[in-house]
Design a protein around this ligand. Structure first.
Ligand code: PLP
Length: 381
């Protein structure tokens, strides 16, 4: 039985063109990109090409792109690096209640170190109201962090409006864009964002490589101590194959993003329509209008045990019951709780994350498999 992969928000397959670009960096141009000899210089050219390609996708300057090991490191660096660089007397930090744990747990650590961390609430569809941010900003606020789109329910946040009000008050603004880079347009030339996290494996690039965009002139401390790579801001031998792969993924996304987003959104809507037609008591989690093209999070009335994901896995459908990190722990999703949903809503929910290779036939098959799984779970409840 071939598995239907509907978990592209957890990770994407690496595009064969990305793999092809990486192979020579493992085998031929393997030299350390910091070495001063000829092979090192050649590896450096490839790394800088990757940086330029990623910067081009983001509308950033190449020197504003710092390579990391992925989204988790970028988020940790943004929060902890800004906390370490904060001016004396500034001890307040705002993060949205629906952030990924890479942000929330980093914020909790800052709390233990004496930072006043305050959560920004969301509405019933998971949106942060910019007014709620404005209300909470204090003279002591040194950072605001709000993600671009949520990994569980796909809701897209009004980051331009939040960034504008932060800029008016001269407060640095961090955006976790791990779910959006390569999927929806981002133009840092116009967006009032100071720090932006991204990860290669979420848009058909390799795992274990990502970046943090740091706007020119921003003061931030490094997270890693060691050598002088990345202008002394991020120590560690550069992951040159990963960086070349990340650059290739960015280059492909820049060319293909718009038609891919349109195509996948049509399939996502076909899935929702099919589920509504086949099953009673289906409700959408998240925002009906402002959401990721490939994300469909739905809940089914009458289910109080987390059975659905396992039943679909048995039927050959790989999807998620929440975020991948929490799928084995029986704990309601913090995102759905923040949206005001009861704990059972998390257990009765499935996240389908469609991708570039998804077909209409797969969508129709998933509707049938979900119908059977829901009937089964309802009988078992
Ligand atoms: N932020 C968000 C919104 C994510 O969805 C993820 C991964 O699921 C991360 C951060 C962590 O990224 P990485 O897997 O590259 O560490």
């Amino acid at each position: 039985m071939n598995t239907i992969y509907f978990d592209h928000a957890a990770t994407t397959p690496t595009d064969p063109r990305v793999v092809e670009a990486m192979v020579p960096v493992f085998q031929t141009h393997f030299a350390n990109a910091s070495s001063t000899h000829e092979p090192g210089a050649r590896a450096r050219v490839l790394v800088e090409d990757g940086r330029r390609r990623l910067a081009a996708l983001l509308g950033a300057q190449p020197e504003e792109v710092y390579f990391t090991s992925g989204g988790t490191e970028s988020d940790n660096w943004a929060l902890k690096g800004m906390a370490a660089a904060r001016p004396r007397g500034k001890d307040h930090c705002l993060v949205s209640a629906v952030e990924h744990h890479a942000v929330l747990h980093a914020a909790e650590r800052l709390k233990r170190l004496g930072v006043a961390v305050e959560l920004i609430p969301v509405d019933a569809v998971g949106r942060v109201d910019p007014w709620e941010v404005a209300q909470r900003i204090r003279p002591t606020t040194f950072l605001v962090s709000v993600m671009h789109a949520n990994n569980e329910v796909g809701t897209i946040q009004p980051i331009a409006a939040i960034g504008a009000l932060c800029r008016e008050r001269d407060i640095p603004f961090h955006v976790d864009a791990v779910q959006t880079v390569g999927h929806i347009p981002i133009d840092l030339a116009t967006l009032p964002v100071d720090l932006l996290s991204l990860s290669g494996h979420k848009f058909y690039g390799p795992k274990g490589v990502g970046a943090l965009f740091i706007r020119t002139g921003l003061r931030i401390q490094p997270l890693m101590d060691g050598g002088g790579q990345e202008g002394g801001r991020r120590a560690g031998t550069l992951n040159s194959p990963g960086i070349v792969g990340l650059g290739a993924a960015a280059h492909i996304a820049a060319a293909e993003l718009a038609p891919a987003a349109t195509r996948v959104a049509v399939l996502r809507d076909r899935l929702l329509t099919g589920l509504h037609a086949a099953i009673d008591g289906v409700a959408l989690n998240g925002c009906p209008a402002e959401r990721l093209p490939g994300n469909l999070s739905v809940r089914f009335a009458g289910i109080i045990e987390p059975l659905l994901q396992g039943l679909l896995a048995e039927a050959g459908v790989a999807c998620s019951s929440g975020s991948a990190c929490t799928s084995t722990i029986r704990k309601p999703s913090h995102v759905m709780v923040a949206m005001g949903l009861p704990p059972e809503a998390s257990y009765a929910s499935l996240r389908f994350a469609l991708g570039r290779s998804t077909t209409p036939e797969e969508v129709d098959h998933v509707v049938i498999a979900t119908h059977r799984a829901v009937e089964h779970a309802r009988r078992a409840t």
